[in-house]
Design a protein around this ligand. Structure first.
Ligand SMILES: [Zn+2]
Length: 70
């Protein structure tokens, strides 16, 4: 199945290994600074969280993490 949003395998980092919960990439780069959420014990990009809240406000995980940017 083709999914254009899927990162290249070489870029993929599991959230368990410090990758972003939403995009599975690691590091502060063009995707923005990383935040740490203690609810899910995961790192995530601020930009990814903001995008998720905007594009998919029904996402319960994003709603739980919303406190990080408020
Ligand atoms: Zn991300």
């Amino acid at each position: 199945m083709v999914n254009a949003a899927k990162p290249k395998d070489s870029d993929y980092v599991s959230p368990n290994d410090g990758g972003c919960w939403f995009c599975c990439r690691k590091g502060d780069d063009e995707y923005g600074a990383m935040l740490f959420d203690s609810e899910f014990d995961t790192y995530l990009h601020e930009s990814c969280l903001r995008r998720e809240l905007k594009d998919n406000p029904q996402n319960g995980e994003a709603q739980v993490m919303k406190y990080l940017i408020e």
